[in-house]
Design a protein around this ligand. Structure first.
Ligand SMILES: *[C@@H]1O[C@H](CO)[C@@H](O)[C@H](O)[C@H]1NC(C)=O
Ligand SMILES: *[C@@H]1O[C@H](CO)[C@@H](O)[C@H](O)[C@H]1NC(C)=O
Ligand SMILES: *[C@@H]1O[C@H](CO)[C@@H](O)[C@H](O)[C@H]1NC(C)=O
Ligand SMILES: *[C@@H]1O[C@H](CO)[C@@H](O)[C@H](O)[C@H]1NC(C)=O
Length: 426
């Protein structure tokens, strides 16, 4: 028995590795990234106009001197989050900025291609493959090489055109010219569904162009476990990566996942309904969140030299309480000026917009402000107690107060989010 088990695992791993190697081989030439498009680089021999496929030769890349790039260059923003921690909301805060090209979860395609069945694999080898591929893809996307994504999209795009890009409509720049002709500049806020319906299949050449038209690139992901996994990218002198790590009270995450992922979290719902913990509950659904938070935040707050000026910790609850102020802090950290689109979006999508006419078009609204602690009315005390035991260190580190009784849990006049300032390392 044991033997065949191992054989199955080995086979599975081998097939993942082979797939990945195949993808890397087919993808194109040896991986290479040329100077990033930015105003300072415009003079470099007109490379800006060459399609990325033609760039690979290397000739144009050699004159590139890393040390000439200065602080006014392109910023590569990564929102590092986990599911149901408010990452769509933070993504929107970046997506709304007119100088930012935003992509919603491009690593989805890597995961579905490389580990289709083990959607949240915790196997160390799977994780390494996934991370390696993810870093390569992120590096390409930050360089606006959207063609690199094509090898992960199923079915494969034909003639560099696809209607299968995950959540294309969540990216403003992909719903506007040049990527889409259906909407003009007067259509300020195109709804995600409208974008998908009215824009033709996405032409990757035009998407690349849309990316190059913007000064900065922002990517949101819930598929990188911790900031330490990003070191190779952060250290890459061709990039200017800044990581915004978004965290949320794990008890709130659990509650929100139970509501959202009804199949995967079925046993937790049974627990909640019956008051009895199912013996076969998948505990890792909780422990992984807390371990990843703890590891990542410990790394980030230890201020290692490689993260200097490149890491910001943001608690979802603080953002929900003070969206405008926290957003400004985030933009300060990124070194960008906040624009009026962002401010308007915040006004339209947070507490201020309780008038019935305000259309709650983003899923993010339901979750914001007043709802940040509503999980307390949804989870039973024994579930909370259990979570507190499993996540004790993470709660303590992030400033989330544990409750000691059901009364305390349900008493909403007492916030469980302690005031805590996380000193940025500039
Ligand atoms: C940095 O870039 C800006 C904008 O192009 C330029 O004005 C400035 O002189 C550059 N600084 C250095 C040290 O190269
Ligand atoms: C791709 O483009 C070629 C040449 O323009 C054309 O012949 C072919 O039909 C196109 N394929 C698809 C699937 O559109
Ligand atoms: C995509 O856009 C490019 C650049 O405008 C164009 O040359 C190409 O024909 C387009 N591809 C498709 C499939 O429409
Ligand atoms: C809720 O907590 C507040 C503050 O600790 C306390 O004054 C109040 O009596 C509590 N309410 C209930 C119903 O326990």
């Amino acid at each position: 028995m044991q033997c065949s088990w191992k054989a199955v695992i080995v086979l599975a791993l081998a097939s993942i590795a082979i797939q990945y190697t195949a993808i890397r081989t087919l993808t194109s030439k040896p991986f290479q990234l040329c100077p990033l498009p930015s105003p300072q680089n415009c003079g470099l021999g007109g490379q800006e106009t060459d399609p990325p496929f033609e760039r690979g030769g290397g000739a144009g890349c050699e004159d590139y001197n890393y040390f000439t790039v200065n602080a006014s260059r392109k910023t590569h923003i990564l929102v590092l989050a986990t599911t149901r921690s408010g990452s769509s909301f933070v993504g929107q805060l970046l997506n709304q900025h007119q100088d930012v090209f935003y992509l919603f979860e491009p690593l989805y395609h890597v995961q579905t291609t490389l580990i289709p069945r083990l959607s949240h694999s915790r196997n160390a080898a799977d994780r390494r493959v996934m991370l390696g591929a993810s870093r390569d893809l992120l590096r390409s996307l930050y360089g606006c090489d959207l063609y690199f994504l094509e090898s992960y999209i199923k079915p494969p795009p034909t003639n560099h055109s696809t209607d299968k890009l995950f959540r294309r409509g969540a990216s403003r720049a992909l719903c506007q010219q040049p990527a889409c002709d259906a909407f003009g500049p007067e259509d300020a806020n195109v709804e995600e569904g409208d974008c998908v319906k009215k824009c033709a299949a996405l032409n990757m050449s035009l998407a690349t162009e849309a990316c190059r038209d913007k000064r900065h690139v922002a990517i949101k992901t819930v598929r990188v476990p911790e900031v330490g996994d990003l070191r190779a990218l952060v250290d890459d002198p061709r990039l200017n990566v800044k990581v915004v790590q978004l965290v949320r009270d794990p008890r709130g995450i659990l509650s929100s996942r139970i509501e959202t992922f009804r199949d995967t979290y079925r046993l937790w719902r049974i627990w909640r309904a019956t008051g009895r913990r199912p013996y076969n509950l998948d505990l890792s659904q909780l422990t992984v969140v807390c371990e990843d938070f703890l590891n990542s935040v410990t790394t980030g707050l230890a201020h290692p030299h490689w993260l200097k000026g490149k890491y910001m910790l943001l608690r979802y609850e603080d953002l929900a309480r003070n969206p405008l102020q926290k957003t400004k802090e985030m933009y300060d950290f990124l070194g960008l000026a906040m624009d009026k689109n962002v401010e308007e979006w915040i006004h339209a999508n947070t507490r201020g917009s309780s008038e019935p006419s305000a259309k709650h078009k983003f899923g993010t609204v339901r979750d914001s402000a007043a709802n940040a602690e509503s999980w307390r009315l949804k989870l039973s005390y024994d579930m909370v107690e259990y979570t507190q035991a499993v996540c004790e260190k993470a709660l303590l580190q992030l400033g989330y107060k544990a409750v000691r009784s059901a009364d305390e849990l349900k008493n909403m006049s007492l916030s469980l989010v302690q005031d805590k300032t996380f000193v940025a390392f500039l």
